[in-house]
Design a protein around this ligand. Structure first.
Ligand SMILES: C[S@@+](CC[C@H](N)C(=O)[O-])C[C@H]1O[C@@H](n2cnc3c(N)ncnc32)[C@H](O)[C@@H]1O
Length: 224
């Protein structure tokens, strides 16, 4: 299976699927908020689902650099991606987990209304599980066994407050917060050390994984 293009859904095109409803990024400095808002427009210029997720390395690298997230996933459960873009990562994780006989129910949050519209189309059966919000301040309707997010969803000086808030509000008792960081091959920049960021935030790391050769994705997780 490794190295094959994931058997996930076809490309979904953007065509007036949502409007640019302002969603609170006012806890962030203006430059950071502008950067986050700009991601949606950049992703929507693409039709390939991987590129629409902000990844330009192709399907083999996509799988090599994203499937290690499942090292943290040992049982069935609800899986929330905070910063889910078009939902393609969730769709792939559900498929890759199913191959390991683990059943995941996808849930997603993104600041981009049009990205959430695409995610709802991609994962139509689970459309009610997708929400437009700033992950930093989002109050979930339920708790999730697995919550995944990226270090760069918030400014670095708000990371500690972010991960503690997500653990308190979103992760079910006995569940896991999985934090990821991506480097860039084209910029020759490695991913940041997620373990160190979590430990520096006063959390105990329960496990870690990495993906890519050279390593371009790092993941670490903590228990709720
Ligand atoms: C690189 S994509 C990640 C897609 C997928 N989760 C993955 O890891 O491949 C980052 C996504 O996170 C969203 N995002 C970044 N910061 C966010 C925040 N504070 N709240 C909600 N969404 C955010 C962006 O809009 C973008 O769609």
């Amino acid at each position: 299976m490794r190295g094959l293009r994931p058997r996930c859904g076809p490309p979904v095109s953007f065509s007036s699927l949502g409007s640019n409803i302002p969603v609170g990024l006012d806890t962030f400095p203006p430059d950071f908020a502008a950067h986050i808002r700009g991601l949606e427009a950049a992703y929507l210029r693409e039709t390939d689902p991987i590129r629409q997720s902000g990844f330009s390395g192709g399907s083999d690298r996509w799988r090599n650099e994203r499937e290690p997230i499942l090292s943290a996933v040992k049982r069935d459960g609800d899986f929330l991606d905070l910063g889910c873009a078009n939902g393609f990562l969730l769709e792939c994780l559900v498929a890759w987990a199913a191959a390991r006989e683990i059943a995941l129910i996808p849930h997603g949050v993104d600041i981009g209304p049009s990205l959430i519209a695409l995610a709802k189309i991609r994962l139509l059966r689970f459309a009610q599980n997708f929400h437009i919000a700033n992950a930093f301040a989002w109050n979930p309707p339920q708790r999730y066994r697995y919550v995944y997010t990226l270090v760069d969803c918030v400014p670095s000086d708000q990371f500690q407050a972010y991960v503690h808030g997500v653990l308190a509000r979103c992760v079910a008792p006995g569940g896991r917060l999985i934090v990821g960081a991506y480097g860039s091959r084209s910029r020759n920049s490695p991913p940041v050390e997620v373990r160190g960021l979590l430990e520096g935030s006063g959390l105990t790391v329960a496990g870690e994984a990495s993906g890519g050769s050279p390593v371009l994705a790092k993941f670490a997780w903590v228990a709720a």
